[in-house]
Structure formats: C-alpha cells, structure tokens
Design a protein around this ligand. Sequence first.
Ligand code: SF4
Ligand code: SF4
Length: 143
Amino acid sequence: MYSKILILNFPSSVAQKALVCQLTKKYDLMFNILSAKISNEKEGYMVLEISSGTKAGFNKGVRFLKDQGVSVSSPEHQIYKDEEICTHCGACTAVCPTEALHIKRPEMEIIFDKKKCSVCELCVITCPSRAMGLFSAEAEEAI
Ligand code: SF4
Ligand code: SF4
C-alpha cells in the first residue's frame, strides 16, 4: 500500500467540483480528509491522506487532479513528538483536529499517529512542555 499526505489548493473555478470523489471512482484510490476549508474568494484548501495499491495508481490520480487545475504539493514540514519530554498531560488532544494525537486507554498514554497529522501546528503552540515540534521534510514532488 502506497500512502502519502498531500496539500491540495483548488482555484475558485474548480472548487465546487467533486474532483476528490473521482479519485475513488476513476483511480481506485482511498482518501482521508485531514483538513479542509474554503476562502472568502471561494478557493479551496484540503489536506488529504491518499492511499493506493501502487505508486503508479497514486501518480495517475494526482496527475488527474493537476490536469483539472488543482495545485498539489507535499507538506514542507512534518511534526514530531519528543517522547522523552512528553508528560502525557493530554492538552494537545483537545486541539488536534484529526485525532492524530489521541489518548490510549486505560493507560492514559498520549499517542501520536503521524499518518493522520495534517501539519496544522496547533499542538506545537499548545504543548506546555514543548514536546511537539516541526522539522523540515525532504523536498519531494508529489508526482
Ligand atoms: S501537550 Fe505536550 S506534554 Fe501534553 S500530552 Fe501533548 S505532547 Fe505530551
Ligand atoms: S499538527 Fe498537531 S494538532 Fe495538527 S494534526 Fe498534526 S498532530 Fe494534530
């Protein structure tokens, strides 16, 4: 299974089209919406985790989006959790919009699932111990 988080920017001309649904219908891709919003100018922004059986299938889907005028990029940064510093206070789970940070019960341990992270950085500014941070991801073309 090939899986990757991508940032999609939709110009206003295509923001109302159900392009992302076509990834499933036409290209047999699975997607998980980690974050989505639309600006006052009707431009769309979405962070998706897209999964495919093969990298070739993934690339075909991304090519389709680009051909429709969607700007596709990879997050420039990634989030890390410093397990040595984390006190498992749980503050970050209250702000994490994708449940990438969640509580494992009954241990009450705070788990970071990097695959679900939309790199919104809310945990970085919330964590009182500075256990959450950013590092530069390698520059990588989405396709
Ligand atoms: S807010 Fe910081 S210290 Fe608290 S659980 Fe989250 S990562 Fe750990
Ligand atoms: S950056 Fe932090 S708050 Fe935002 S999705 Fe990732 S783990 Fe959750």
